[in-house]
Design a binder for this molecule. Structure first.
Ligand SMILES: C[S@@+](CC[C@H](N)C(=O)[O-])C[C@H]1O[C@@H](n2cnc3c(N)ncnc32)[C@H](O)[C@@H]1O
Length: 195
């Protein structure tokens, strides 16, 4: 088990996540948004992969996918995006037939302005992360933004941290915007360790 060092970021964690995956995402690449929500991350990934790339997005809420597809269509990028209504624990099966994953993003928790009872949970988040690690390209990158300020958040954060620490072959960094805030969000930056 390798302990994950905690770093403090002056830059917003959503911005850090986007910048960090960009380096692994070539034009024509393949990206996954494991929690589509209102579609901002999906749109960002679709923009990065360009016309010849592909983005696969998951969300359990029809309302989220409707919002997301409207946003992505408005931006003219829907042609390269496939949105799946379903739990991201189905990612292992869904990824068969796709190339290896260049970049994947998890923005956990609940849909902003949506139903707060529909929230990501470790029992499905962990299998989804595991499936992505299995299908990650050699230089691929995964970002996991875990919110700890809602009731289910601390347990999910702790489960992800323990899982990442126990999984061999990974290089993981953990970032906070405020090390003093016990309920502040945490960002995990995950890639395969160089062999
Ligand atoms: C914080 S939001 C995502 C924000 C989004 N990435 C964006 O750019 O707007 C979290 C989303 O995760 C979704 N979600 C919850 N459980 C899920 C699951 N098991 N599989 C896939 N999505 C899930 C929620 O419906 C919600 O839309």
């Amino acid at each position: 088990m390798s302990p994950i060092p905690l770093e403090v970021s002056q830059v917003r964690l959503t911005r850090v996540a986007a910048n960090w995956v960009t380096a692994a995402l070539p034009e024509g690449g393949f990206a996954v948004d494991a929690t589509v929500g209102n579609g901002y991350d999906t749109l960002f990934l679709a923009d990065r992969v360009g016309k010849s790339g592909r983005v696969l997005g998951f969300d359990v809420q029809k309302m989220a996918l409707n919002n997301a597809s409207e946003l992505i269509r408005f931006a003219g990028n829907l042609d390269r995006v496939r949105l799946v209504l379903g739990c991201h624990s189905g990612l292992g099966r869904a990824l068969m037939g796709y190339p290896r994953v260049d970049a994947a993003m998890f923005n956990l928790g609940y849909l902003p302005r949506g139903d707060r009872r529909i929230v990501t949970r470790p029992s499905t988040t962990i299998p989804a992360i595991a499936a992505l690690i299995q299908r990650l390209a050699p230089n691929g990158r995964i970002t996991i933004l875990a919110y700890r300020g809602h009731p289910e958040g601390p347990e999910e954060y702790a489960a992800i941290r323990a899982f990442l620490e126990q999984t061999p072959g990974l290089e993981v960094r953990e970032l906070t915007g405020d090390a003093e805030n016990e309920l502040g969000p945490r960002l995990f930056l995950v890639k395969l360790a160089a062999t």
